[in-house]
Design a protein around this ligand. Structure first.
Ligand SMILES: Cc1cc2nc3c(=O)[nH]c(=O)nc-3n(C[C@H](O)[C@H](O)[C@H](O)COP(=O)(O)O)c2cc1C
Length: 357
């Protein structure tokens, strides 16, 4: 048996390759194929982020109402050579469904070979990363590097769809650069490969993370009458109001929130509130401390104290963003080497800010 990621529950979808609409609801068929209970549109999901959206963080986002989760990206070649860390990235809990496992790579054979391994983890769908701009990925033709060779991207995507027993989705960017072929030119061809949904980050590869995400291009794809698969918009959503405004303006079926969820898993709950027409609620310092503490405990349980203490340092600044004179606490959080000491700092934060006038 392959390592580690045997599912906790049986996925009823494994044999049910899906793109037909089986009922008359207005939700796109891909959503019917998922164990979703959406009473609303759009679907608000957590955007995959390497070294951030691991199992413990996803669990917390789910708890606060994220409709859809996707793992961090996982190198096909690392899965094929049995790399322990990559197998760990595929793990998820039953509560995290519907969840996609995201894979990346530039080599068609490696990508096809890892399909079986990914399918054994029984996610609800497999997401292909055609969007990562970082040099070590894109420079090898994977991630958004492939946007320089659209025919290759289409060929590999079609092959993965053909050989997968699960729905395959794609997450990509607007294009390689503004001089090259843009998403509005190739979205239909991507759809024709048989993918179940398309997520678009509103930047080009060459933009990396600079400037602002261009949602008008995402809207153009969504409003192309020939597009029928769900379109997820992504980029720069940091508040629930923005998420709902973008849904209304661009008509997307779903929204993926990445950086806006770091240290702020409440953003999903706030989105649900705003979608129901309720006001956002204030998140107290005590609540921030409690959720951060639970996140820390879950991280320790998942990856061990040493690694968890180190990796959690990426989250603290965001959990306590905006607190007056927070610097000494932040310094303490990023330098304490043990769980016990970190918990003591968190207690001090709670006490200090709760007793402020
Ligand atoms: C630290 C970090 C890691 C990321 N890792 C991934 C990844 O593994 N897979 C992926 O598709 N996108 C990845 N992204 C891109 C995000 O999913 C998202 O597309 C991008 O950050 C824009 O959305 P946002 O403005 O809501 O963050 C990453 C982004 C960041 C900041």
């Amino acid at each position: 048996m392959t390592k580690c990621c045997k599912p906790f529950t049986t996925n009823p979808l494994t044999k049910n390759k899906m793109n037909q609409d089986k009922n008359n609801s207005t939700l796109p068929s891909f959503f019917h194929s998922l164990p979703l209970t959406p009473s609303h549109s759009p679907i608000i999901g957590l955007s995959p982020m390497d070294d951030i959206t691991d199992l413990p963080f996803r669990e917390i986002c789910k708890e606060f109402g994220a409709d859809l989760l996707i793992t961090e990206f996982i190198a096909s070649e690392a899965l094929n050579r049995d790399a322990e860390k990559s197998f760990r990235k595929m793990r998820f809990t039953p509560k995290q469904r519907p969840i996609g496992i995201q894979i990346f790579g530039a080599d068609e054979e490696e990508l096809l070979r890892c399909l079986e391994i990914v399918e054994q983890a029984e996610p609800d769908f497999i997401d292909i990363n055609w969007g990562c701009p970082v040099r070590k990925v894109a420079g090898k033709g994977a991630g958004s590097g492939i946007l320089q060779d659209i025919p290759k991207m289409l060929r590999i995507t079609a092959a993965l769809v053909k050989h997968s027993h699960l729905p395959v989705t794609v997450k990509t960017r607007l294009g390689y650069s503004t001089d090259s072929m843009m998403i509005t030119d190739f979205a239909e061809a991507l759809q024709d490969t048989g993918i179940a949904a398309l997520s678009i980050h509103g930047r080009t590869k060459t933009q990396m993370y600079s400037g602002t995400a261009d949602w008008t291009m995402i809207g153009k794809v969504k409003n192309n009458p020939r597009m029928h698969i769900p379109i997820f918009g992504n980029g720069d959503i940091t508040t629930a109001t923005q998420a709902v405004e973008n849904k209304n303006r661009y008509g997307v079926d779903g929204i993926l929130i990445g950086r806006g969820a770091i240290g702020n898993p409440w953003i999903f709950e706030q989105c649900q509130r705003v979608l129901r027409g309720e006001p956002e609620r204030e998140i107290t310092v005590a609540e921030r401390v409690d959720v951060c503490r639970r996140h820390l405990h879950a991280a320790v349980a998942f990856k061990g104290e040493r690694t968890a203490i180190f990796e959690m340092r990426k989250h603290y600044g965001a959990y306590f963003k905006g607190l007056f004179n927070f610097k000494p606490f932040r310094l303490a959080l990023v330098s304490t080497p043990t769980l016990e000491e970190t918990l003591a700092v968190l207690d001090r934060i709670k006490e200090h800010y709760n007793t402020l006038p």
